[in-house]
Design a protein around this ligand. Structure first.
Ligand code: NAD
Length: 302
């Protein structure tokens, strides 16, 4: 479902809770498209910045939710999403309202919240994102959506204001499942890409020559050809900027923990994911490294 994005306006104000690195850009893009965005964050500075970007500042998540057509969260973890949905949104949202979580959180919480929301006549949607802070600011995120047919139909215009691809993964929880599986794949291919580049160099190859060959051979991957972890090889990537910016290693560790927990619950075997997670955990133990882009894992292997 990667067709043209539906950009109809929602049928009322939209609540946006969680105005951090990602949510600030997303809320600003909604407002820029003419949506009335009631913005709340525990950090008053974040609310002030959202107001400067065209949102309506409010004093609590419940105030944002009252009478809203849609309620969106972009928060750090499942506990925060559950607390905000249950304590602020559920008591005041009108029946039929969309409840959309764009955070990356644990699958068990996503599924539990969807069940509770549906039981209250609300329309829950899990819509985690791919693309970092720059994509959130530019409105070019990819959304991976878990929803009913009705939920997907109704959430598309909203998400279309914040992203360039709105992809349906399946029913409730499927968006979150897709996000976790994708990031496990990304972590494992990044580690393998680092290994292969370093191996080629140890074997006497010029890494740029190896890159040109692997890029056109069966070893090709996004980690190699869009995000090469060696500076000076391939298109510009965080490696060329000292591993600054990009996708922080600490966030990759978080996503891997969530993916492995989901795998355990589902009885799935993930030996590569576990190895990648162990390497990332060890690398991120030092706070300076935890802040670097996740392709800096090459430093642990060099
Ligand atoms: P962040 O820490 O910058 O922002 C989170 C915001 O939530 C903060 O401003 C915080 O004050 C606010 N907050 C926390 N608890 C709250 C509560 N109970 N009520 C109201 N506000 C509350 O995090 P971020 O980088 O914006 O990431 C948000 C989510 O997006 C995470 O789940 C993350 O895994 C996911 N994500 C991040 C990236 C990225 O590159 N940063 C990429 C993809 C997905």
């Amino acid at each position: 479902m990667d067709g043209p994005i539906d950009r109809r306006a929602p049928e009322g104000p939209v609540a946006f809770v969680g105005l951090g690195n990602m949510g600030s850009g997303m809320a600003a893009n909604l407002a820029a498209h003419g949506v009335v965005v009631r913005a709340f964050d525990l950090d008053p500075g974040a609310v002030r910045r959202a107001a400067e970007a065209g949102c309506t500042p409010v004093a609590s998540a419940a105030e944002a939710a009252a009478g809203a057509a849609a309620f969106i969260t972009m928060l750090p973890a499942g506990e925060a999403v559950a607390a905000v949905w249950r304590e602020a949104a559920f008591p005041v949202l009108r029946p039929g309202a969309l409840v959309v979580d764009c955070s990356t959180i644990d699958l068990a919480t996503t599924r539990a919240l969807a069940g509770e929301a549906e039981a209250r006549g609300l329309v829950p949607v899990d819509a985690p994102v791919s693309g970092g802070i720059a994509a959130a600011a530019a409105g070019t995120l990819t959304f991976m959506v878990g929803a009913t047919d009705e939920g997907f139909e109704r959430v598309q215009p909203l998400l279309g204001h914040m992203g360039r691809a709105v992809l349906r993964a399946g029913g409730h929880g499927a968006g979150q499942a897709a996000k976790l599986a994708n990031n496990l794949l990304l972590a494992a291919t990044m580690v393998a890409t680092c290994e292969a580049l370093l191996l080629a160099r140890k074997l006497g190859l010029d890494p740029r020559a190896f890159y040109e060959i692997a890029a056109r051979s069966s070893g090709q991957s996004w980690s190699l050809t869009s995000y090469c972890p060696l500076p000076g090889v391939g298109p510009e990537s965080p490696a060329d900027r000292g591993y600054q910016g990009g996708f922080a290693t600490r966030l990759m560790v978080k996503d891997l923990r969530l993916a492995l927990a989901a795998a355990r619950d589902a009885g799935a075997l993930t030996p590569m994911g576990e190895r990648a997670a162990a390497l990332y955990e060890a690398f991120a133990a030092e706070p300076e490294r935890a802040r670097l882009d996740f392709s800096a894992i090459i430093q642990a292997l060099a």
